[in-house]
Design a protein around this ligand. Structure first.
Ligand SMILES: Nc1nc2c(ncn2[C@@H]2O[C@H](COP(=O)(O)OP(=O)(O)O)[C@@H](O)[C@H]2O)c(=O)[nH]1
Ligand SMILES: [Mg+2]
Length: 317
């Protein structure tokens, strides 16, 4: 699914050794009994899952769910267990998307996406990549530089717009981001753009005034384009692991997030966080960032993801 860094196998080995200890006490945590002949499979699976940066709770949940299903369906043997697990993971990863109503723009209206999240997770980079990705699908794109706090942020998105072949609505440093979104939504609608992608300033979920500002700009889009925003994407840096998840939980509560972009998945074995996100945040992962370049961007396909997750040492692209 994505290219691995050269050094990955050895790092992976180290991580395996680091978690090997956790096997002790493993069987006590299992809810359903495991056949003696399948123990080794479960143990190896636990290692693979833990090294992929799933939370302890998620790993325990998956192992227990698998053991329970295996017992109920009288499934045994590595190959069959692996298939059973794949089916279950597919259910877990697709459930959040199926469980929510995706709003669609009216004919002729732009599909409005707003990117939100803490500082440095990759919002601006992802805005640019998403613009390019849509351009590749022959969709016209307008970007909105609603991070008006730093001049560098506006320039950065301007540069992405040029490279991606997108239009941009930008203001000056210090401009009111809500007014800017209002303006951009108006332009995008009048000129019948297919996509409006709004980059926002990074903010901590604990800053009430900044979270309120986010709320305001989300509502500004809705005033101009009915049913907008159609997607509010929380951009999460995969390398922050469980800390990022804690932050995300608070964000989801207050910003109406509809999906996740996982960034910085290049050269790490940390893609397991996507399963934890599905289970604990009940949100679908929509896209993944796998580098700093325009093409280092993937739509999230659960099947491909599951293969990478379970066979991390063989999977490429
Ligand atoms: N390796 C890697 N770096 C990324 C990825 N996405 C963003 N970055 C880098 O992360 C840094 C912060 O990105 P930026 O888009 O400015 O974050 P923002 O503050 O959320 O807007 C920049 O140096 C980006 O090049 C990714 O998928 N992989
Ligand atoms: Mg930014």
């Amino acid at each position: 699914m994505f290219e691995m860094a050269e050094q990955r196998p050895s790092i992976f080995k180290q991580m395996r050794q680091a978690v090997a200890r956790t096997h002790e006490g493993w069987s006590e945590r299992m809810v359903a009994p495991v056949r003696a002949g399948d123990r080794r499979f479960y143990e190896e699976l636990e290692t693979v899952l833990l090294t992929s940066d799933m939370s302890r709770e998620t790993v325990d949940h998956l192992l227990a769910a698998l053991a329970e299903r295996a017992r109920r369906k009288a499934v045994k043997g590595e190959e069959n267990l692996r298939d059973l697990l794949k089916d279950y993971l597919l259910e877990v990863l697709t459930a959040p998307a199926e469980g929510r109503i995706q709003t669609r723009p009216r004919t002729g209206d732009p599909f409005v996406t707003i990117l939100v999240g803490p500082n440095g997770t990759g919002k601006t980079t992802t805005s640019g990549k998403l613009a390019a990705w849509n351009r590749g699908r022959r969709r016209s794109v307008m970007l909105c530089a609603a991070d008006t706090y730093r001049p560098a942020a506006i320039e950065q998105l301007d540069d992405w717009a040029r490279r991606a072949g997108a239009e941009i609505v930008k203001g000056r440093t210090g401009d009111n981001p809500t007014a800017l979104v209002f303006e951009a939504a108006g332009h995008a609608r009048e000129s019948r753009f297919d996509e409006l992608i709004v980059d926002t300033a990074g903010r901590l979920h604990t800053k009430a005034d900044l979270m309120q500002e986010l709320d305001n700009l989300i509502h500004a889009a809705a005033q101009v384009v009915p049913y907008a925003p159609h997607e509010v994407l929380l951009v999460m840096d995969a390398t922050t692991g469980q800390n990022g998840l804690q932050q995300a939980r608070r964000y989801v509560e207050s910003a109406g997030v509809t999906g996740i972009v996982l960034t910085k998945l290049d050269g790490t074995a940390r893609c397991g966080i996507a399963v934890t996100i599905a289970l604990e945040l009940n949100l679908p992962v929509r896209y993944m960032g796998v580098g700093e370049q325009m093409d280092d961007f993937l739509e999230f396909f659960p099947e491909a993801f599951i293969d990478t997750l379970l066979e991390p040492e063989t999977a490429v692209n």
